[in-house]
Design a protein around this ligand. Structure first.
Ligand code: HPA
Ligand code: ZN
Length: 340
């Protein structure tokens, strides 16, 4: 198959995106426009100047810029527009279903009303479903390095609209903020009927992954790279069918690994772990989801393997059995076209 055909095959592969932060889809041009529109002052006047800030040495150096640019988002319309722009990219990349993180504690700290944030995101999702046929839902992500009381109060704020959420997640600076700190938050979220996922093992050790499973009862692990350091844990993850939401371009850009070859994805797959591939913060890390699949193809993943990864993403999503059957059928058509 020629390069063009592989790229077409990867793009048309029906997939679910399970690890994307809506704030991480804020492209630099839109951030500058929003800053102007909303009277927020930023130290960079042009896209080129801003783009020069995108060399990250670690997770924290990325988070500093990510939280600063988040300050340009001010209204429900801004969140609606942000969601639609992401869904347009996602649709072009073959995404049929997306489970999308947002960071309400930060928006509340910025003076926004959580209902306005959620209403904007949900109306963007509804419009995206009409325009692109993509289904999706929101995962409220707890920012682990903010005061724990703000995690409690964000759950208070959404107590009466849990039906508008798919799940709870845990993100931001990992080391020093282990999952054990968030047990009561996750217990409460579970009582509200939310699915539980957590970032673990991105910069944190395999012990953080084990804690996310044991203490938070995470149904998926976001990143999970460092689980590889504990073979018994890898075997346990495989046995329980817990999926990892890998984000290759993110891991390379944040120096979790020096090179994509150093990511243990083939090892995870060989051990039977359902690996999925995702974009994390595509506006910051140099690519949307299909670019992440294509990057793996470049380092030797076969189209069969990429197909299996996409099927993992469908199975690891929180869609209904009917929707799952529909996506499996779409996958079967793709397979008949490209693999047989
Ligand atoms: N890791 C932790 N927190 C985040 C990330 C990430 O990759 N993206 C946005 N918040
Ligand atoms: Zn993430």
């Amino acid at each position: 198959m020629g390069e063009q055909d592989v790229s077409e095959a990867v793009r048309s592969l029906p997939k679910a995106e399970l690890h994307v932060h809506i704030e991480g889809t804020l492209e630099p041009g839109l951030a500058l426009d929003l800053a102007k529109r909303n009277g927020v002052s930023l130290p960079w006047a042009t896209i080129d100047e801003l783009r020069r800030q995108y060399e990250f040495g670690d997770l924290q150096s990325f988070l500093d810029l990510y939280y600063q640019l988040m300050g340009t988002l001010a209204s429900a319309d801004d969140f609606h527009d942000l969601m639609l722009a992401y869904l347009a990219h996602a649709a072009a990349d073959g995404v049929r279903h997306a489970e999308i993180f947002f960071d309400p504690q930060v928006h509340i700290r910025n003076g926004l009303d959580i209902d306005a944030v959620m209403d904007g995101l949900l109306s963007g999702l509804a419009e995206g479903r009409k325009r692109f046929g993509i289904t999706g839902g929101l995962i409220l992500s707890i920012v682990r390095d903010l005061p724990i009381e703000s995690a409690d109060s964000v759950l208070d704020a959404v107590q009466n609209r849990a039906g508008d959420l798919l799940g709870i997640g845990l993100d931001s600076a990992e080391v020093g903020y282990p999952p054990s700190l968030f047990v009561h938050v996750y217990d409460r979220a579970r009582e509200m009927g939310l699915h539980c996922v957590a970032h673990a093992g991105e910069e944190g050790s395999s012990d953080y992954v084990a804690q996310a499973l044991d203490l938070l009862h995470a149904e998926r692990i976001d990143h999970g790279v460092h689980a590889i350091d504990d073979p018994a844990l890898v075997a346990r993850i495989a046995r329980s069918g817990i999926a990892l939401t890998a984000c290759p371009l993110s891991n390379r850009r944040l120096q979790v690994v020096k090179d994509l070859h150093d990511l243990p994805l083939q090892e995870f797959l060989r051990a039977g772990v359902p690996v999925t591939v995702n974009s994390d913060d595509p506006a910051y890390f140099g690519g949307y989801i299909a670019d992440n699949y294509a990057a793996l193809e470049k380092i030797g993943f076969s189209l069969e393997q990429l197909g299996a990864i996409a099927l993992n993403s469908i199975h690891a999503s929180f869609i209904s059995p009917d929707e799952m059957r529909d996506l499996e059928a779409q996958y079967a058509s793709w397979k008949a076209r490209y693999l047989n």
